[in-house]
Ligand binder design. Sequence first.
Ligand SMILES: C[S@@+](CC[C@H](N)C(=O)[O-])C[C@H]1O[C@@H](n2cnc3c(N)ncnc32)[C@H](O)[C@@H]1O
Length: 284
Amino acid sequence: MPSGYDPAAVTRRTVTAHYGRHGDVCARIRDALPAVGGDPDRPTFDALHRLDQFHIGGPSATRELAEAAGLRGGAVLDLGCGVGGPARMLAQEYGCTVTGVDLTESSCASARTLSAWVGLDARTRFVCASVDALPFASGTWPWAWSQHAIMTIPDTPRMYAEIARVLRPGGVFVHHDVVAGRGGAPFFPVPWASEPAGSYLQPPQALRDQMEAAGLVCRAWTDLTEAVRERTAQKEAARAAGTPEAPGPHLVQGPGFDAMRANLARNLREWRVGVVRGVWVRPA
Ligand SMILES: C[S@@+](CC[C@H](N)C(=O)[O-])C[C@H]1O[C@@H](n2cnc3c(N)ncnc32)[C@H](O)[C@@H]1O
């Protein structure tokens, strides 16, 4: 190992290179707006939210997560917020004020631009930081939220310890994650990593153990794999039959996304990856 080797810096470079590869995401989204009934000169939340959420299940999964948590307003910390799609949805539809945290500076910049486009910049803000070293005071947040961020985070115990630290007593952590499945190693590239070296999938029980070790208490846990497999298989069959695909975030993901999507579908089909949702509380 070369002297001065810093694994955290290597991970940071891998993650930011991967998620920064989209180039000008705002320009891609603007170009895709007509496909979802939007006007590039006057973007609205209704059109934008079909293009800016980068997780399995899209906007419906975000709403299901909010409902599972009983979210009705309040200050939310969104960990690994990407370009801010879920943050804007929580602000617009659930009356929240949302602070998004993301390691990729270009994603934070895009998130700020997109929020300004649809008039949600006063209720969403975006901070470039790592979720395992949060720049916030202890015991301050009523809600922490995370969708599809942990797949590239090697030190999830530290991330959960940070979440438990910044949540106020009685505060709630809600998450929606891709996990390792029982079918063997996944095929790459996938939407979160071009090669195995950038991916840190863990079995669901390992995550549960880590959250418990951080002092969080499970209020709800749902394995979504079966439902996601079924939906993905239907979409793949429709695509193979030549049925035109409903417009969605794939329009802005750039070249190479088709291979990632095909591998994700195969990994789900062969139980190589799974999807879970959880709601945890920091005891009062
Ligand atoms: C698949 S995207 C999901 C974005 C968003 N949650 C959504 O659902 O639309 C994962 C995001 O996690 C971010 N991320 C990965 N590791 C991180 C870390 N250690 N700290 C903060 N953000 C991180 C990436 O930069 C990327 O924007």
